[in-house]
Design a protein around this ligand. Sequence first.
Ligand code: PCA
Length: 202
Amino acid sequence: MKKLLLTGFEPFLEFSINPTERIVKELDEKKIGEYRIYGRVLPVDFSLSSLQCLEYLEQIQPDAVLSLGLAAERTKITPERVAINCQDGGPDNCGRYMQDEWIVEGGPAAYFSTLPIRQFVNALNERGYPSQISNTAGTYLCNHVMYSVLHKVNSENLSVQAGFVHLPASHELAIQRPSLSSWSYNDLRDAVILMVEVMNDQ
Ligand code: PCA
């Protein structure tokens, strides 16, 4: 059986619910095709998020890493094409801000996702879940985790596929923040399952 590390994040900023947290908890220990899911929730913390994610990578030794995060202002499921070596913004959940900082000092400017993002988008749209590739994961914690995982995989030559997908808000969150467009939790979760099925069928 292959192993998939599926990460989500805790709530952050003004978003008191993070649907990715519930998804990874619900899918933890499930089997999807050949993959056994290891669902883990990461803190929203510039000094801890990637450390913790890389620790899970060491412990679990997955064949693939699919990281999820909330992009509450987006309306579609957006697989990320690229992570950049920059952290800028905040505050994180410890009140910390970053400005124009490296994630890995002197590291490569960027890494491309090695997940089948075009196939994700095609399969999601076919199933009726609006989806589009995103060309920026931002400079906050999601980009930070995506860059850190891809840096480790590249610099240690690991045969691990890795990348990041941003999800829109769930209805639960939109009830608390009425200006947000939202999806049902079940659709968000089923869309994640579909992406794992696409990875499985590659
Ligand atoms: N989304 C944030 C960080 C945590 C999350 O779920 C981001 O897009 O960077």
